[in-house]
Design a protein around this ligand. Structure first.
Ligand SMILES: [Zn+2]
Length: 473
């Protein structure tokens, strides 16, 4: 891995991909980039670490505290929300942002990874994946179409194509055929999305407005608005397969509004919680290819040919040694377009995430800071702390003297150790708040260093990345 030592970041022009979603690179330092994502529910400064709110909550942390911490985007898991409370319930409640009272951007995964990692008795075919719920053993089926339907119903700002996360280790031939299927699934995901993207819960507000626009519409939009009054909602039957959920059948107000770009949200208020009229989600493609650099390259190139507004690198941090992770990330990223956001899924430790930023990654997520916190493992500017350690029993000092979070401002290590030893709920809450603050602060420093052209110096001060004990749990 090489890092440029360029001292002068330079600004680039605004990059526009769709009216509903834009990515703007504002500064560069070496391969690292600092910029902004513009989504229907607001802006996100990049590079960004996205806390994981699996079932619509970052475990133990209320949404107002996430806002105080400076969190700008969360990840939710489609698989979990699909099983409970169900996609249709979330749709009826206005979408996942409204449901969880988080008026900011959200990203959902496609459910693929959870199906592969959590469910029993899964059966993968070209059509999709049959699986049993880890909650009650009920039977379900995800195809690229039904997974995207679920993601549209949930209504996150950024959604992911349905992919197969290749198991590790896997032979070359098996990895290749899995990668090929993920490419076919990516094309099916995109096709379904393009045909149904107007069904997102918060689009209907815009539909009504679009149909009664005072200002003249261009030809396509006008025609669409007329069609809109005639068309009945079109939804595939039994989209979500063998479930007993009444998903996606004739309940949406939104009919397809073809050619509606003319009424999409360019120039509209990107303000919090107020998606512009007629805005839609952004669907990202996912690069697979296991632990083979040539397959990573091919997957990247062919996914790019499908033309998504952003690209993820998936199937990593699945048990491989970390140098191999870096090699695979590099193998994929060099074939992704410079002007679109790059999302590395499921990584990493604080040291690792800044190294991924150095490689040109813009977005990351991981359960590590939250899960480790619940196990009493805390990341600090002075290294890792296992708070249950007896040496903290009488320690009056803050968890991290260099941390500005409310936990470090108020509580002592002795008290945090006592809470943890007593198995108190507050231990999990406070530990999680601190770990998230540390990650948020780390990314803030990374962004600032890129803007100042001092990223190499920042990187050298972060230390050598190594694998955290809990990173793959
Ligand atoms: Zn703190």
């Amino acid at each position: 891995m090489q890092f440029s030592h360029a001292k002068k970041p330079h600004l680039t022009q605004l990059q526009s991909f769709s009216m509903s979603f834009r990515f703007q690179i504002e500064a560069r330092d070496g391969k690292a980039r600092a910029g902004r994502l513009f989504t229907p529910h607001g802006e996100v400064r990049t590079p960004v670490f996205m806390p994981v709110g699996t079932v619509g909550t970052v475990k133990g942390v209320p949404q107002d505290v996430l806002e105080e911490l400076g969190v700008e985007i969360l990840l939710n898991n489609t698989y979990h929300l699909y099983l409970r409370p169900g996609v249709e319930m979330v749709r009826q409640l206005g979408g996942v942002q409204k449901f969880m009272a988080w008026d900011h951007p959200i990203l959902t995964d496609s459910g693929g990874f959870q199906v592969f990692s959590l469910s029993d008795l899964r059966k993968v075919t070209e059509e999709g994946v049959a699986f049993r719920s880890h909650l009650d053993g009920s039977s379900h089926f995800f195809s690229p179409e039904s997974a995207i339907a679920a993601e549209i119903g949930l209504g996150a700002d950024i959604i992911m194509a349905f992919d197969e996360c290749t198991e590790h280790p896997a032979e070359y031939a098996r990895t290749q055929s899995s990668m090929e299927m993920t490419l076919r699934w990516a094309a099916r995901s995109k096709k379904y999305f393009e045909e149904h993207k107007q069904e997102v819960p918060w689009f209907s507000r815009g539909l009504k407005s679009a149909a009664s626009f005072d200002q003249p519409l261009n030809g396509a939009a006008e025609q669409s608005a007329r069609q809109l009054e005639k068309q009945v909602p079109r939804r595939p039957e039994g989209l979500l397969g063998m479930t007993n959920e009444k998903n996606c059948n004739g309940t949406a107000e939104a009919a397809p509004l073809q050619g509606s770009d003319a009424v999409q949200g360019e120039g509209r208020d990107q303000g919090v919680g107020q998606p512009g009229e007629g805005q839609t989600q952004a669907l990202f493609g996912i690069v697979q290819g296991g632990m083979f650099p040539d397959l990573r390259r091919e997957s990247a190139q062919r996914t790019v040919e499908l033309d998504f507004p952003g690209y993820a690198v998936g199937g990593l941090s699945v048990g491989e040694p970390r140098p191999m992770t870096y090699e695979m990330v590099d193998s994929a990223i060099r074939f992704l377009p410079d002007n679109k956001p790059r999302y590395l899924m499921g990584v990493g430790t604080p040291e690792e995430i800044v190294h991924y930023v150095a490689m040109g990654v813009d977005m990351m997520d991981c359960v590590l800071p939250t899960r480790a916190a619940r196990h009493g493992l805390l990341f600090t500017s002075e290294g890792r702390i296992t708070i249950k350690n007896a040496r903290f029993a009488g320690d009056e000092g803050p968890l991290d003297p260099n941390c500005r979070c409310k936990v470090c401002a108020r509580y002592s290590r002795a008290y945090l150790r006592h809470l943890y030893a007593s198995n108190e709920l507050l231990a999990q809450v406070l530990n999680t708040i601190h770990n998230l603050a540390f990650y948020v602060d780390t990314m803030e420093k990374a962004r600032q260093a890129i803007r100042l052209g001092e990223f190499a110096t920042f990187l050298s001060g972060v230390g050598t990345p190594h694998r955290a004990e809990l990173s793959d749990q």
